[in-house]
Ligand binder design. Structure first.
Ligand code: CP
Length: 306
């Protein structure tokens, strides 16, 4: 696994290996084990052309816990604003002896483009590209589900909200299918589902009440207004009424259901604050697990742990 660009098409064996490796990293960073030397001497460049709180920071923490040198390129003050192309930027950073690029970009396929042009010793990890994929988010979500539910084979999982614009949903659906989840539901109005949704191997629900009924896992998605240029946007209040996860709707799921959200959350739009902070919520543990999962991915792509 030289690059991690998407989860689509990866064998279950690789996904399971990443989750198992992540499990071995969960305690790194705690008092007893502060760091491991797997990426000592390696230079990891974080290239975030789109905003991020969780992904950028946890990649940085993960790289530091692996003893890498981490460089966060500040895109806002970089020569990108003087017209330098993505590939020229990457070529110049490669000349600074980069070993890995962690890339987030608004354009689908940008990390793939970089991966096609870098030298053979450099790895590229996709940190979210357009509507296409967010593989490490998909993996940390699988880690979270496995942690709380013990596996995937008897689960009913509902992914609720703006599936159309969500790279997270795509990566989750690929990962859940690969790992053998028998029932993946997508729950959304028609306008927020991709045209090819039926071909994704999911069960489609257009009502929250039926969509979350008897589910073991409910994954809420943010309404991605920034990707809806020209579209008729629902008001926040209207959306919340039909698609927001409230305590009442959560009662329709299994009594031990977990509630997940990749963040950032819009409280009072797709999720009620009482649910987001309630006893079913594992939203903050998802973030914590993201560190170990990203450590696993980085160590595997550099070959240190392959
Ligand atoms: N889940 C996620 O990608 O969050 P950020 O945009 O904060 O990185």
């Amino acid at each position: 696994l030289r690059h991690l660009l998407t989860l689509e098409g990866l064998p279950a064996r690789i996904l399971t290996q990443i989750l198992d490796t992540a499990e071995s990293f969960v305690s790194v960073g705690e008092r007893e084990i502060k760091k491991v030397p797997l990426l000592r001497g390696k230079a990891v460049f974080n290239l975030f052309f789109e905003n991020s709180t969780r992904t950028r920071t946890t990649f940085e923490i993960a790289a530091k816990r692996l003893s890498a040198d981490v460089i966060n390129l500040n895109i806002a003050t970089s020569a990108t604003n003087k017209g330098e192309t993505l590939l020229d930027t990457v070529a110049n950073l490669s000349a600074m002896q980069a070993d890995m690029f962690v890339v987030r970009h608004a354009s689908s396929g940008a990390p793939h483009l970089i991966a096609r042009h870098v030298a053979p010793h450099i790895s590229v990890v996709n940190a979210g590209d357009g509507r296409c994929a967010h593989p490490t988010q998909g993996l940390l979500d699988m880690y979270t589900i496995r942690h709380y539910k013990g596996g995937f084979h008897n689960l009913r999982v509902a992914i609720v909200g703006d599936v159309l614009h969500s790279r997270v949903a795509r990566s989750q659906i690929h990962a859940l299918s690969i790992l053998g989840c028998p029932e993946i539901r997508v729950v959304a109005p028609k306008t927020l589902l991709p045209r090819d949704v039926e071909s994704m191997g999911v069960h489609v629900h257009h009502k929250m009440e039926t969509g979350v009924k008897d589910c073991d896992v409910i994954i809420m998605l943010r309404l991605q207004n920034e990707r809806m240029q020209g579209a008729l946007l629902p008001s926040a209040g209207e959306y919340y009424k039909f698609w927001g996860l409230t305590e009442d709707k959560l009662k329709l799921a299994r009594p031990d259901a977990i509630v997940m959200h990749p963040g950032p959350m819009n409280r009072g739009v797709e999720i009620d604050s009482g649910v987001a902070d309630g006893k079913h919520s594992v939203i903050l543990p998802q973030v914590t697990f993201g560190i170990a999962v990203r450590m696993a991915v980085m160590s595997m792509v550099t070959g240190s742990n392959a």
